[in-house]
Design a binder for this molecule. Sequence first.
Ligand SMILES: [Zn+2]
Length: 249
Amino acid sequence: MLTDSQLLRYSRHIFLPDIDVTGQQALADSRVLVLGAGGLGSPVLMYLATSGVGHLVISDPDVVDESNLQRQIVHRADQVDRLKVESAAVQLRAMNPDIELTLQPHTLSSEQLHEQAAAATVVVVGTDNFASRYAANQACLDTSTPLVSAAAIGWEGQISVFDSRRDDSPCFACLYPKGDDTALNCAESGVVSPLVGVLGSYQALETLKVITGAGHPLVGRLQVFDGLAGQWQTLTLNRQPACPVCARR
Ligand SMILES: [Zn+2]
Protein backbone atom coordinates (compact mmCIF):
# COMPACT_ATOMS: atom_id res chain seq x y z
CA MET A 1 0.00 0.00 0.00
CA LEU A 2 1.27 3.45 -0.90
CA THR A 3 1.63 5.83 2.03
CA ASP A 4 0.13 9.35 2.07
CA SER A 5 3.55 10.77 1.36
CA GLN A 6 3.98 8.45 -1.63
CA LEU A 7 0.52 9.34 -2.95
CA LEU A 8 1.66 12.96 -2.92
CA ARG A 9 5.08 12.26 -4.35
CA TYR A 10 3.67 10.28 -7.27
CA SER A 11 0.48 12.34 -7.71
CA ARG A 12 1.41 13.41 -11.24
CA HIS A 13 1.58 9.76 -12.23
CA ILE A 14 -1.60 8.94 -10.38
CA PHE A 15 -3.47 11.73 -12.20
CA LEU A 16 -2.79 9.87 -15.44
CA PRO A 17 -5.66 7.43 -16.12
CA ASP A 18 -3.22 4.96 -17.73
CA ILE A 19 -1.20 4.75 -14.51
CA ASP A 20 -3.48 5.67 -11.60
CA VAL A 21 -2.93 4.16 -8.13
CA THR A 22 -2.90 0.65 -9.60
CA GLY A 23 -0.03 1.46 -11.96
CA GLN A 24 1.92 3.28 -9.29
CA GLN A 25 1.53 0.29 -6.99
CA ALA A 26 2.77 -1.95 -9.84
CA LEU A 27 5.86 0.26 -10.11
CA ALA A 28 6.44 0.03 -6.35
CA ASP A 29 6.13 -3.76 -6.53
CA SER A 30 8.47 -4.09 -9.51
CA ARG A 31 12.11 -4.98 -9.73
CA VAL A 32 14.17 -3.78 -12.71
CA LEU A 33 17.60 -5.10 -13.69
CA VAL A 34 19.69 -2.35 -15.31
CA LEU A 35 22.76 -3.55 -17.19
CA GLY A 36 25.24 -0.71 -17.52
CA ALA A 37 25.38 2.44 -15.36
CA GLY A 38 26.81 4.62 -18.10
CA GLY A 39 25.37 7.10 -20.58
CA LEU A 40 22.08 5.28 -21.18
CA GLY A 41 21.94 3.74 -17.71
CA SER A 42 22.17 7.16 -16.03
CA PRO A 43 18.80 8.55 -17.17
CA VAL A 44 17.28 5.06 -16.97
CA LEU A 45 18.26 4.76 -13.30
CA MET A 46 17.39 8.33 -12.37
CA TYR A 47 13.93 8.23 -13.97
CA LEU A 48 13.12 4.77 -12.65
CA ALA A 49 14.23 5.80 -9.17
CA THR A 50 12.22 9.01 -9.12
CA SER A 51 9.26 7.21 -10.73
CA GLY A 52 9.01 4.91 -7.74
CA VAL A 53 10.20 1.58 -9.14
CA GLY A 54 10.54 -0.37 -5.90
CA HIS A 55 13.77 -2.24 -6.50
CA LEU A 56 16.64 -1.50 -8.89
CA VAL A 57 19.40 -4.03 -9.51
CA ILE A 58 22.42 -2.35 -11.10
CA SER A 59 25.24 -4.24 -12.81
CA ASP A 60 28.42 -2.53 -14.05
CA PRO A 61 32.04 -3.61 -13.56
CA ASP A 62 33.60 -0.19 -14.26
CA VAL A 63 34.78 2.73 -12.19
CA VAL A 64 33.87 6.34 -12.97
CA ASP A 65 36.38 7.93 -15.32
CA GLU A 66 36.72 11.67 -15.86
CA SER A 67 35.77 11.18 -19.53
CA ASN A 68 32.43 9.69 -18.43
CA LEU A 69 31.23 12.88 -16.76
CA GLN A 70 30.36 14.57 -20.08
CA ARG A 71 27.26 12.36 -20.47
CA GLN A 72 26.90 9.85 -17.61
CA ILE A 73 24.85 12.23 -15.53
CA VAL A 74 24.19 9.95 -12.57
CA HIS A 75 27.89 10.28 -11.65
CA ARG A 76 29.19 13.41 -9.98
CA ALA A 77 32.69 14.82 -10.32
CA ASP A 78 33.51 13.83 -6.73
CA GLN A 79 32.87 10.17 -7.58
CA VAL A 80 35.71 9.75 -10.11
CA ASP A 81 37.61 6.46 -9.54
CA ARG A 82 34.74 5.01 -7.54
CA LEU A 83 32.77 1.98 -8.75
CA LYS A 84 29.96 3.15 -10.99
CA VAL A 85 27.34 1.12 -9.12
CA GLU A 86 28.36 2.78 -5.83
CA SER A 87 28.54 6.23 -7.37
CA ALA A 88 25.08 5.75 -8.90
CA ALA A 89 23.71 4.51 -5.58
CA VAL A 90 24.81 7.71 -3.80
CA GLN A 91 22.87 9.81 -6.28
CA LEU A 92 19.81 7.53 -6.47
CA ARG A 93 19.45 7.28 -2.67
CA ALA A 94 19.53 11.07 -2.49
CA MET A 95 16.84 11.28 -5.16
CA ASN A 96 14.54 8.68 -3.63
CA PRO A 97 15.38 7.09 -0.26
CA ASP A 98 12.34 4.76 -0.52
CA ILE A 99 13.69 2.50 -3.21
CA GLU A 100 15.72 -0.63 -2.70
CA LEU A 101 19.04 -0.97 -4.53
CA THR A 102 21.07 -4.10 -5.22
CA LEU A 103 24.57 -3.41 -6.53
CA GLN A 104 26.49 -5.83 -8.73
CA PRO A 105 29.96 -4.35 -9.38
CA HIS A 106 30.83 -6.93 -12.03
CA THR A 107 29.62 -8.36 -15.32
CA LEU A 108 27.03 -11.00 -14.45
CA SER A 109 27.88 -14.59 -15.35
CA SER A 110 25.35 -16.42 -17.49
CA GLU A 111 23.99 -18.12 -14.39
CA GLN A 112 23.73 -14.87 -12.42
CA LEU A 113 22.11 -13.17 -15.37
CA HIS A 114 19.44 -15.88 -15.61
CA GLU A 115 18.81 -15.65 -11.87
CA GLN A 116 18.51 -11.86 -11.97
CA ALA A 117 16.38 -11.83 -15.12
CA ALA A 118 14.02 -14.41 -13.58
CA ALA A 119 13.62 -12.18 -10.51
CA ALA A 120 13.15 -9.00 -12.58
CA THR A 121 9.93 -7.49 -13.93
CA VAL A 122 11.90 -5.91 -16.80
CA VAL A 123 15.55 -5.93 -17.91
CA VAL A 124 17.05 -2.74 -19.37
CA VAL A 125 20.28 -2.96 -21.33
CA GLY A 126 22.52 0.00 -22.11
CA THR A 127 25.97 -1.56 -22.22
CA ASP A 128 28.64 -0.77 -24.80
CA ASN A 129 29.21 -4.25 -26.25
CA PHE A 130 27.32 -6.87 -28.18
CA ALA A 131 28.34 -9.82 -25.99
CA SER A 132 26.41 -8.50 -22.99
CA ARG A 133 23.41 -7.76 -25.20
CA TYR A 134 23.29 -11.30 -26.57
CA ALA A 135 23.64 -12.65 -23.04
CA ALA A 136 20.80 -10.43 -21.80
CA ASN A 137 18.67 -11.47 -24.79
CA GLN A 138 19.20 -15.16 -24.04
CA ALA A 139 18.45 -14.76 -20.33
CA CYS A 140 15.29 -12.77 -21.09
CA LEU A 141 14.08 -15.37 -23.59
CA ASP A 142 14.74 -18.22 -21.16
CA THR A 143 12.93 -16.49 -18.31
CA SER A 144 10.15 -14.74 -20.33
CA THR A 145 11.27 -11.32 -19.11
CA PRO A 146 10.77 -8.22 -21.27
CA LEU A 147 13.99 -6.55 -22.48
CA VAL A 148 14.24 -2.81 -23.19
CA SER A 149 17.26 -2.26 -25.40
CA ALA A 150 18.86 0.93 -26.72
CA ALA A 151 22.17 2.02 -28.20
CA ALA A 152 23.66 5.43 -28.95
CA ILE A 153 26.78 6.42 -30.81
CA GLY A 154 27.93 9.66 -32.44
CA TRP A 155 24.69 11.49 -33.19
CA GLU A 156 22.49 8.42 -33.72
CA GLY A 157 20.57 6.09 -31.50
CA GLN A 158 18.05 3.29 -31.63
CA ILE A 159 15.61 1.64 -29.28
CA SER A 160 13.29 -1.37 -29.23
CA VAL A 161 11.49 -3.64 -26.77
CA PHE A 162 11.72 -7.43 -26.98
CA ASP A 163 8.99 -9.28 -25.10
CA SER A 164 9.01 -13.05 -25.50
CA ARG A 165 5.75 -13.32 -23.57
CA ARG A 166 4.25 -12.31 -26.92
CA ASP A 167 4.40 -14.90 -29.71
CA ASP A 168 4.94 -12.26 -32.38
CA SER A 169 7.84 -10.52 -30.63
CA PRO A 170 11.25 -10.74 -32.30
CA CYS A 171 14.35 -11.07 -30.12
CA PHE A 172 17.57 -9.05 -30.22
CA ALA A 173 19.22 -11.76 -32.35
CA CYS A 174 16.42 -11.52 -34.94
CA LEU A 175 17.64 -7.94 -35.44
CA TYR A 176 21.39 -8.65 -35.17
CA PRO A 177 21.85 -12.30 -36.14
CA LYS A 178 25.61 -12.39 -35.90
CA GLY A 179 27.90 -11.40 -33.09
CA ASP A 180 29.86 -8.34 -34.12
CA ASP A 181 32.04 -7.21 -31.30
CA THR A 182 33.97 -4.88 -33.55
CA ALA A 183 30.92 -2.64 -33.29
CA LEU A 184 31.77 0.94 -32.48
CA ASN A 185 31.71 2.08 -28.90
CA CYS A 186 31.80 5.51 -27.35
CA ALA A 187 35.33 5.11 -26.03
CA GLU A 188 36.64 4.92 -29.58
CA SER A 189 34.22 6.97 -31.63
CA GLY A 190 32.61 9.67 -29.51
CA VAL A 191 29.02 10.45 -28.63
CA VAL A 192 27.19 13.73 -28.17
CA SER A 193 26.10 14.08 -24.57
CA PRO A 194 22.31 14.68 -24.72
CA LEU A 195 21.85 11.84 -27.22
CA VAL A 196 22.17 9.28 -24.43
CA GLY A 197 19.66 11.36 -22.47
CA VAL A 198 17.14 11.10 -25.32
CA LEU A 199 17.53 7.33 -25.70
CA GLY A 200 17.97 6.52 -22.00
CA SER A 201 14.91 8.56 -21.04
CA TYR A 202 12.98 6.73 -23.74
CA GLN A 203 14.10 3.40 -22.24
CA ALA A 204 12.76 4.52 -18.86
CA LEU A 205 9.46 5.49 -20.53
CA GLU A 206 9.13 2.10 -22.23
CA THR A 207 9.96 0.36 -18.95
CA LEU A 208 7.16 2.25 -17.17
CA LYS A 209 4.77 1.28 -19.99
CA VAL A 210 5.68 -2.40 -19.75
CA ILE A 211 5.26 -2.42 -15.96
CA THR A 212 1.99 -0.49 -15.82
CA GLY A 213 0.48 -1.89 -19.03
CA ALA A 214 -0.03 1.65 -20.36
CA GLY A 215 -0.08 2.18 -24.13
CA HIS A 216 1.85 0.17 -26.66
CA PRO A 217 5.49 -0.68 -25.93
CA LEU A 218 7.92 -0.74 -28.86
CA VAL A 219 7.56 -4.48 -29.44
CA GLY A 220 8.19 -5.36 -33.10
CA ARG A 221 9.32 -1.81 -33.82
CA LEU A 222 12.78 -0.30 -33.94
CA GLN A 223 12.97 3.46 -33.61
CA VAL A 224 16.08 5.06 -35.05
CA PHE A 225 16.99 8.64 -34.13
CA ASP A 226 19.25 10.90 -36.19
CA GLY A 227 20.25 13.76 -33.92
CA LEU A 228 21.92 15.80 -36.65
CA ALA A 229 18.92 15.71 -38.96
CA GLY A 230 16.42 15.79 -36.07
CA GLN A 231 14.53 12.80 -37.45
CA TRP A 232 12.98 9.64 -36.05
CA GLN A 233 12.40 6.61 -38.24
CA THR A 234 10.24 3.65 -37.27
CA LEU A 235 11.18 0.27 -38.72
CA THR A 236 8.99 -2.80 -38.39
CA LEU A 237 10.83 -5.74 -36.84
CA ASN A 238 9.53 -9.20 -37.55
CA ARG A 239 10.44 -12.41 -35.82
CA GLN A 240 12.96 -14.25 -38.00
CA PRO A 241 11.83 -17.87 -38.55
CA ALA A 242 15.48 -18.93 -38.88
CA CYS A 243 16.75 -16.95 -35.87
CA PRO A 244 19.37 -19.18 -34.21
CA VAL A 245 18.30 -17.96 -30.78
CA CYS A 246 14.49 -17.82 -30.75
CA ALA A 247 13.31 -19.93 -33.72
CA ARG A 248 12.33 -22.88 -31.53
CA ARG A 249 10.76 -21.07 -28.64
ZN1 LIG B 1 15.20 -14.17 -32.50
